[in-house]
Ligand binder design. Structure first.
Ligand SMILES: Nc1ncnc2c1ncn2[C@@H]1O[C@H](COP(=O)(O)OP(=O)(O)O)[C@@H](O)[C@H]1O
Ligand SMILES: [Mg+2]
Length: 266
């Protein structure tokens, strides 16, 4: 069964992949549903008629050329982009107009940005406490940080050191674990592998795999390393110029000759 679907006629602005095919690809009822989203910044529209279906406990990887609008999808979900029309629903809540500050508490969604967001002069554990700024009591943030440290011995061993001494991979791990302090259901992760050496990339993907497979987290990631991202993800969406042009299971996209030519270097 061919489950890879492609844009019928992107030149004419026709909607890329039919929503019925996104439903079919998702299989189960979705936790995250985006319908006919038109979004961008100020007056500039970046995403055109973008829809998405992602069930709980699955990982979706967004791939595509630079500037295609991959980060804008994450920004739109989290509330950092302007939404012109369309809707975003997480776990039955319409979150289309929710500000970022409400996303964690209401939609249980956390965002790990592409840019390095570690506070270098704070210790590892102080960085983790920052992830609990929405908690009412500081003691709750400390308790949550302890639980996170128990899961990641590499961070625990260096909990009182300044974050600046961490390796690239450990910093990325710290950013991900800081996002876990509020125990989100959904993690949005922009370019987790960027700037890391191969071993650190594997460690980060192992971490994401455990979050999905053992802890049931639902992940949307953006990856410039399309091969790594699609090998890991249950499904992949290909964006070109703000439109969804292809959607399929991760491994099927990897085997798709168009993908090889466009993004996978052969
Ligand atoms: N905060 C912003 N304000 C205005 N334009 C932006 C902003 N962020 C991204 N853009 C523009 O939106 C387009 C898509 O960017 P982005 O979503 O970051 O692409 P990708 O992540 O696929 O590389 C680009 O043309 C970029 O210049
Ligand atoms: Mg980006």
């Amino acid at each position: 069964m061919a489950t890879i679907t492609s844009a019928r006629d992107p030149e004419n602005g026709a909607s890329g992949v039919p929503v019925s095919e996104l439903d079919c690809l998702a299989g189960n009822p979705s936790l995250i549903t985006i319908d006919r989203l038109h979004a961008g910044y100020d007056r500039m529209q970046i995403l055109h008629d973008f829809s998405l279906r992602l069930p709980r406990g699955k990982a979706l990887c967004l791939v595509g050329p630079n500037g295609a609008g991959k980060s804008t999808v994450l920004n739109a979900i989290y509330g950092f982009a302007r939404i012109f029309t369309g809707t975003i629903d997480v776990d039955g809540y319409d979150v289309t107009k929710l500000p970022p500050s409400a996303k964690l508490k209401t939609a249980r969604t956390a965002y790990v940005l592409q840019t390095d967001s570690v506070f270098p002069d704070m210790t590892v554990e102080e960085n983790l406490f920052m992830g609990g700024y929405l908690l009412d009591r500081q003691s709750d943030a400390k308790k949550a940080a302890e639980q996170v440290l128990e899961r990641y011995p590499a961070l625990k061993a260096r909990r009182r050191e300044r974050a600046r001494v961490l390796s690239g991979g450990e910093r990325r791990l710290l950013e991900i674990s800081r996002a876990l302090i509020m125990d989100p259901d959904v993690l949005l992760i922009d370019e987790p592998s960027i700037g890391l050496e191969p071993r650190a990339i594997d460690m980060i993907f192992d971490t994401l795999r455990e979050l999905r497979d053992t802890r049931g987290k639902t992940l949307i990631l953006v990856e410039q390393n399309a091969r790594k991202g699609l090998e890991f993800a249950d499904m992949g969406y290909v964006l070109v110029a703000g439109r969804l042009v292809k959607a399929g299971h991760g491994k099927e996209l990897l085997a798709d000759p168009d993908m090889g030519r466009l993004f996978l270097g052969g």
